[in-house]
Design a protein around this ligand. Structure first.
Ligand SMILES: Cc1cc2nc3c(=O)[nH]c(=O)nc-3n(C[C@H](O)[C@H](O)[C@H](O)COP(=O)(O)OP(=O)(O)OC[C@H]3O[C@@H](n4cnc5c(N)ncnc54)[C@H](O)[C@@H]3O)c2cc1C
Length: 337
């Protein structure tokens, strides 16, 4: 358990999404020793960008997770202003519309939207700079060993000697790791995270539609976006399609190539034009966002030195994840008295 007198306490953070990275930055700034583990090849989690594997010449890329973010709180505002000044984020001034029927598009009210530059994941890469991050390490269990927390990864390796562990994962995955704290595990289990099938389409020609992002309120899709309309992207036409949560749930176990074909047909129906695609692939996000986030910004079992954060705590989306990571870091700093 952490105490004010513990020599050089070490903190492990499981999850290098926005919540985990923001917490790691804050704890490091407070002089604490932090190590971050993530199962992915890189950092960022759902702040994710995929390059077009079918045609590398065009350098097309797709933000297939988070599309953009908005800013409400002063804390997030301050960080976003810093990212804007550094050029790792910029405003996306794309034309945004909504559709209530096939082929019908109505411009939405103006709103300031930001994206990472040159990719959504650029923000996570920026935050990870200077941190000790182990990628490609999936933590399978947490237990007590020699009076400290021990992490065991799925290759059977152990990572020992942590006084505090912050679990910054989607709620169902956090619950699995937090069995040592029944109160935290139970709280995580009350949150349902809903899926989203995403498709990434490379087009040979620009699509002649009067929008760059469209909220779709009919059929299988919920959102489509011209990714190359975002700042700092290569010009080759690249579209991301998101299926609605309902459609994604109903078709969760379909093969990805079947989903890609179905979403392509839905796209064509929604806009009244048949896009000529060079390639289209689909990716399943099993936990795209919470159905209903918890009221608390983070979860704490300070006596055990266990904490949890993510976009399912306090508020959803990118800003929610940011505020949750920050709140968890403050709570951990407080636990060291
Ligand atoms: C399709 C989609 C569209 C979205 N659109 C928007 C949008 O337009 N605007 C917006 O604001 N938000 C959007 N979001 C939500 C936004 O992406 C998330 O709210 C935010 O990125 C969550 O950050 P996080 O740190 O809480 O979790 P995550 O980003 O999920 O980070 C968790 C990390 O934990 C890692 N991990 C999981 N299990 C383990 C393990 N056992 N061991 C080690 N590592 C592990 C994962 O690899 C991941 O990197 C969207 C999300 C999706 C999926």
């Amino acid at each position: 358990m952490p105490t004010a007198n513990s020599p050089s306490p070490r903190i492990a953070i499981v999850g290098a999404g926005l919540a985990g990275l923001v917490a790691a930055q804050r704890l490091t700034a407070a002089g604490l020793s932090v190590e971050v583990f993530d199962k992915g090849r890189g950092v960022g989690g759902r702040l994710s960008t995929r390059r077009d594997a079918h045609n590398q010449l065009t350098q097309r890329q797709f933000d297939h997770g988070a599309q953009y973010f908005t800013v409400e709180s002063p804390q997030f505002r301050a960080s976003v202003d810093g990212w804007l000044a550094l050029g790792v984020a910029a405003e996306w001034t794309g034309r945004i519309a909504a559709s209530d029927a096939p082929g019908q598009f109505t411009p939405t009210a103006p709103k300031t939207r930001y994206v990472g530059v040159p990719t959504m994941s650029a923000i996570a890469k920026h935050l990870a700079g200077g941190l000790k991050v182990s990628s490609g390490v999936r933590i399978a269990a947490l237990d007590r060993h020699a009076g400290q927390w021990r992490l065991t990864d799925d290759a059977g390796r152990t990572h020992n000697g942590y006084s505090t562990v912050l679990v910054a994962l989607p709620a169902p995955q956090a619950a699995d790791l937090l069995v040592a704290s029944p109160s935290l595990a139970n709280a995580c289990r009350t949150v349902t995270m809903r899926p989203c099938w995403a498709a990434m389409a490379a087009l040979t020609e620009p699509l002649a539609v009067p929008f760059d992002g469209l909220f779709v309120n009919h059929g299988p899709l919920s959102w489509i976006a011209r990714d190359n309309s975002k700042p700092g992207r290569p010009p080759a036409e690249a579209w991301v399609l998101h299926a609605s949560r309902e459609w994604s749930e109903a078709n969760l176990e379909l093969p990805a190539d079947v989903v890609a074909e179905q979403l392509l047909a839905a796209w064509s129906d929604a806009i009244g034009v048949a896009p000529v695609v060079e390639s289209i692939t689909a990716h399943r996000w099993r936990y795209s966002g919470p159905a209903e986030p918890l009221a608390e910004r983070c979860l704490a079992d300070a006596d055990r030195g266990l904490f949890a954060a993510g976009d399912w705590c306090g508020g959803p989306r990118v800003e929610g994840a940011y505020l949750s990571g920050l709140a968890a870091a403050e709570r951990i700093i407080q636990s060291y008295g």
